[in-house]
Structures are given as structure tokens and as C-alpha cells.
Design a protein around this ligand. Structure first.
Ligand SMILES: Cc1cc2nc3c(=O)[nH]c(=O)nc-3n(C[C@H](O)[C@H](O)[C@H](O)COP(=O)(O)OP(=O)(O)OC[C@H]3O[C@@H](n4cnc5c(N)ncnc54)[C@H](O)[C@@H]3O)c2cc1C
Ligand code: FES
Length: 281
């Protein structure tokens, strides 16, 4: 039986600094063992426990798409006093880390097939949604999904993730992008305003549409009512929860919200499921 606590060794192949504050980096990891690399299959929305030897491990959403062969990407925010995130940010290309995963459930990609998909995100919670959009836009997959719209916001232009990819999406005709920043900034030509307000302004149609929403709690708090007003039923609003975790595999009880273990039953839940949980997250 596979030991769920044993990490696979991975080498950092590339590091991309994502923002002006330089506290968000995307790590491209390549599993060292070829058969482990080939066998590591995951779905959009899943996460992994990434460890720095001798320091510790923590959960990160998988930011690459399942269509990206041989490489796993994680976008990591460094907390000034964060043990693991600091240690990760101090590693360079060639550094060795551990990866346990893929863990948790995923976005319901089969349910999204044939539907229009609205992606709403704020801040660095965009990681697994980037994975999802990247997956849906892949030439082998695009025909399986209806219209795709992305509403994504950051505090300021320098804080937007995956900037060159956002430009590529803007240039495509088969995806609608609405990129916003909280307050106007010199040279900014996009939208200005908080994500929930932009959702209300853009007013995406809810017919045959599934919304996937990820962001900080305050953004979620104001976005869910906007989507309900637009006619999205609670079971067609999907989100991903973050909670403190330890084992990541449903064994330690560290991550529970009421009866649900976020690591095993989630992190992906519908708004309908979340409404039934104690509001502890
Ligand atoms: C399913 C899941 C997916 C996640 N995906 C990502 C991701 O893609 N990218 C990413 O950067 N992070 C992600 N996180 C959060 C990430 O796991 C934490 O930031 C990380 O565990 C911090 O570890 P640390 O050892 O650096 O900090 P610690 O040493 O544990 O904590 C140091 C300080 O940081 C604060 N802190 C720790 N975690 C958070 C948090 N989540 N929010 C606010 N403050 C915090 C603590 O309160 C403390 O002040 C995810 C979490 C979960 C549960
Ligand atoms: S982290 Fe251990 S049960 Fe979820």
C-alpha cells in the first residue's frame, strides 16, 4: 500500500517572480523519478503538500494544468514569519523539495462539460482557477466547454498573477476576460473596483452557467450574494476552501469544518454544501 506520508522528491526547474512585492513566486517542479513523474496525474482544483526538507510542509493548490506534461506548478505567497513559505522562497533552481499528492477532490470538470463557465477570483487564490482555465482552453479540450468568462482582480496591477497568460487570454476570442484592480493606478487601462462589484457590473448570464469562485473570505462573502441575485442557484456556485492542515489525507482531524474534512471531502464544495456547514472558515 502506498504510504500517504511519503513525499516524492522533486527538483525546482524554474522560478517565476509573479509580483512587484516579490512575495509571490511560481515554482516549476519536476519529479526526479521518471515513473513517479509519469504516474502523477491530477485534476483541476487538487492540491499537494509541498515540503522543504528539515523545515516542514504545507498545502498548495496545483497551479499547472493537467495538460502540462512533466511539470507541476505551485504559486506560493511568502509570509514574513511563515516557516515553510520562507524556506521555499529561499530555494533556487535545482533545489530539492518533497511533494505529497495529488490530494483532495477537484472541480467537477465533467459537470462543466457543455456548460458555460464563469470563473471569479481575487488575489493569489487564482492558482487552481488558472489551472482550470488553462485546462479548458487547451486545444484538445476547448470544444467540450461552452462560453468561458474570467473575472479576476488584484489590489494593484503589480499584484496580478500570470500576467503574460492574462494577455494571451485577452487576445483570444473564445474567452472573455474582465481584469480589475481595487484602486486606479497610473497607466492602468482595465477595470477598477472590487471583484463583487465587477461581477454585478458585468452581470454574466446564469442560464446553463456554472460559477467557480475562489478568493479571500471577504471577497467570497460579497460575491456569493451577487451571483445569487444574478440567478445562479447555490449548487451551481462552486468554491474551494482553505483551512489549516496537517496530514492532508483525512487522518488527523486538523482541517475539519463541522463534519467535513477540507483535505479529504474538499477543498472543493458547492455553495449549497457550504451553507450547511458551521461558518468556521
Ligand atoms: C487547500 C489549500 C490550498 C492552498 N493553496 C495555496 C497556494 O496555492 N498558494 C499559497 O501561497 N498558499 C496556499 N495555501 C495556504 C498555505 O498552505 C499557507 O500559506 C502555508 O501553509 C503557510 O505556511 P508557513 O509555514 O509559511 O506559515 P506558518 O509558519 O504556518 O505561519 C506563519 C504566519 O503566516 C500566517 N498564515 C499561515 N497561513 C496563512 C493563510 N493561509 N492565510 C493567512 N495567513 C496565514 C500565520 O497565521 C502566521 O502568522 C493553501 C492552503 C490550503 C489549505
Ligand atoms: S489535514 Fe488531517 S484530516 Fe485534514
Amino acid at each position: 500500500m502506498k504510504n500517504p506520508y511519503k513525499p516524492l522528491l522533486a527538483e525546482i526547474a524554474k522560478i517565476t517572480v509573479e509580483n512587484e512585492a516579490k512575495d509571490l513566486k511560481t515554482f516549476d517542479l519536476v519529479l526526479r523519478n521518471g515513473s513517479e513523474r509519469d504516474g502523477f496525474s491530477y485534476s483541476c482544483g487538487q492540491f499537494a503538500e509541498v515540503s522543504v526538507p528539515g523545515i516542514g510542509e504545507c498545502p498548495f493548490g496545483i497551479a499547472s494544468s493537467p495538460m502540462d506534461e512533466g511539470v507541476l506548478q505551485f504559486t506560493v505567497k511568502r509570509y514574513p514569519d511563515g516557516l515553510v513559505t520562507n524556506a521555499l522562497h529561499n530555494l533556487g533552481v535545482g533545489g530539492i523539495v518533497g511533494v505529497r499528492g495529488p490530494l483532495g477532490n477537484s472541480y467537477p470538470m465533467e459537470r462543466l462539460e457543455g456548460a458555460n463557465v464563469l470563473v471569479v477570483s481575487g488575489g493569489f487564490a487564482f492558482t487552481t482557477l488558472r489551472s482550470t482555465v488553462r485546462y479548458m482552453l487547451h486545444e484538445k479540450n476547448r470544444g467540450r466547454f461552452g462560453k468561458i468568462a474570467v473575472i479576476y482582480g488584484a489590489r494593484e496591477p503589480g499584484e496580478l498573477l500570470y500576467k503574460s497568460e492574462l494577455e494571451e487570454w485577452k487576445a483570444r476570442e473564445d474567452v472573455e476576460t474582465h481584469i480589475t484592480i481595487d484602486r486606479d493606478a497610473l497607466g492602468w487601462k482595465g477595470l477598477v473596483g472590487f471583484v463583487p462589484n465587477v461581477v454585478a457590473e458585468v452581470a454574466p448570464k446564469s442560464e446553463n452557467t456554472i460559477a467557480i469562485v475562489c478568493g479571500p473570505p471577504i471577497m467570497l462573502h460579497f460575491t456569493f450574494p451577487r451571483l445569487l441575485e444574478l440567478g445562479f442557484p447555490p449548487d451551481r456556485i462552486i468554491t474551494s476552501l482553505e483551512n489549516k492542515m496537517k496530514c492532508g489525507v483525512g487522518l488527523c482531524g486538523r482541517c475539519n469544518v463541522g463534519p467535513k474534512y477540507v483535505c479529504r471531502d474538499g477543498p472543493v464544495f458547492t455553495y449549497e454544501e457550504i451553507k450547511a456547514l458551521p461558518q468556521e472558515f
